[in-house]
Design a protein around this ligand. Structure first.
Ligand SMILES: NC(=O)c1ccc[n+]([C@@H]2O[C@H](COP(=O)([O-])OP(=O)(O)OC[C@H]3O[C@@H](n4cnc5c(N)ncnc54)[C@H](OP(=O)(O)O)[C@@H]3O)[C@@H](O)[C@H]2O)c1
Length: 368
């Protein structure tokens, strides 16, 4: 295992160089890996493993689009594609890739098939960390571990097809067989991870829930909305407010940050922009720090998980979600975004499609 140094902190990292695919194939040669669920992660992980020479089967409820997708992707009913319970019976490693809410619902069925020596694999620390809330308490004689790809199942698959690997974290919750480490690392390599970073279940879920509520999704929308409102109230047009809030960030600046860090992006901007950004970033940090601490406390106290379990188990969950997404989509800021995006050369002459969107927003009228 390689060590990666971050200042004074050392982390365990597994690479494909030191743990090649052939080693993973050898370790997994007598296993049947049952991927339960063919939603977003299921296809990426199952197909990558299959093409990496692992004995993989899929368990999916029938009469669904996901079942049809598995068939279209080459899984054969009765041979490599089964109803969930049959796949659970056949699998020696159970990759539990249903949605987090469905994992709670199906748990009694899964538990029944977790016989001695099998392994239970997750791609998120949620079910185990919040086991008081989810009821997911595995028997003591099975291995329990996770590999969490740091990105969508779609990216995992795309990068695999390009010969690249997506970074993942891995963790062991329970080592009943003494083989948990070799099993989990082999699976991490087999699903197409590039680097595998060691963590534990609790840290994986706490950082994940904080990140998505914070800078990755929640905080960024909040900051966008606040700046857009100020610019609009001070008399700026929707396009000007949108361009200075979102478009320039996503199109021009974030790719520079991704390439070489924030200082590199600053270094590539005007001296006026640099001075302002360097003067103001700490003010924004200080203003949001208490909110991030409140958020982390809420995650650690199990309030965020409970809220997510409660809302995702409502029968009208989808309708309510769609209504909330429509509210965002129909806001002046994102309607302005729609119009601005339609001006991009690649979108000229095309109408953007949004399921459930009734409002057409501002249209671009070009003079002949
Ligand atoms: N999305 C990501 O890219 C991502 C990234 C990292 C980690 N993860 C983790 O990976 C795991 C899987 O997430 P995902 O996003 O791939 O899940 P998802 O797309 O929401 O998974 C849906 C799967 O669950 C099945 N399902 C839903 N309700 C069911 C029920 N009541 N009974 C039986 N099957 C049911 C669906 O079948 P139907 O199609 O028939 O409804 C489908 O196979 C989660 O733990 C998640 O946190 C996801």
């Amino acid at each position: 295992m390689a060590k990666l140094k971050f200042g004074d902190v050392e982390e365990n990292v597994v690479t494909r160089e030191e743990f090649p695919l052939e080693k993973a194939q050898e370790i997994l040669k007598d296993e049947v890996v049952a991927v339960i669920g063919y939603g977003v992660q299921g296809p990426g992980q199952a197909l990558n493993q299959k093409e990496n020479g692992i004995n993989v089967i899929v368990g999916q409820r029938p009469n669904s689009k996901s079942w049809d997708k598995a068939v279209n992707d080459g899984f054969v009913p009765g041979e490599t594609l089964f109803e969930i319970e049959e796949a659970l019976e056949r699998g020696t490693i159970i990759c539990y890739l249903l949605s987090d809410a469905a994992q709670i619902k199906l748990w009694p069925t899964v538990k029944k098939h977790l016989t001695k020596g099998k392994a239970l694999y997750f791609s998120h620390g949620f079910g185990i960390t919040y086991r008081e809330q989810t009821g997911i308490i595995p028997p003591a004689d099975v291995d329990v571990f996770l590999v969490a790809p740091k990105g969508s199942g779609t990216s995992l698959r795309r990068m695999f097809l390009q010969g690249r690997g997506l970074n993942s974290s891995y963790a062991i919750f329970q080592d009943a067989t003494g083989r948990a480490i070799e099993r989990v690392v082999s699976l991490g390599i087999a699903i197409g991870s590039g680097y595998l970073f060691e963590t534990d279940f609790k840290k994986e879920v706490f950082s994940d829930l904080t990140g998505e509520r914070g800078t990755l999704m929640g905080a960024i929308q909040g900051i966008f909305a606040a700046q857009f409102e100020v610019l609009r109230k001070r008399g700026h047009s929707p396009s000007e407010a949108f361009n200075e809030t979102v478009e320039e960030l996503t199109q021009s600046l974030m790719p520079l940050v991704a390439e070489n860090g924030m200082d590199w992006m600053y270094a590539n901007c005007s001296t006026t922009a640099q001075r302002g950004a360097l003067d103001w970033w700490k003010k924004f940090r200080d203003a949001t720090l208490p909110v991030f601490n409140e958020l982390y406390d809420s995650v650690a106290a199990g309030k965020e998980s409970q809220r997510s379990i409660d809302s995702n188990s409502q029968p009208d969950y989808r309708e309510k979600l769609n209504a909330e997404l429509a509210e965002l989509r129909d806001s002046e800021m994102w309607q302005a975004g729609r119009t601005v995006r339609s001006l991009r050369p690649e979108n000229q002459g095309q109408q953007e499609q949004h399921a459930g969107s009734e409002k057409q927003g501002q249209e671009v009228v070009t003079e002949a």
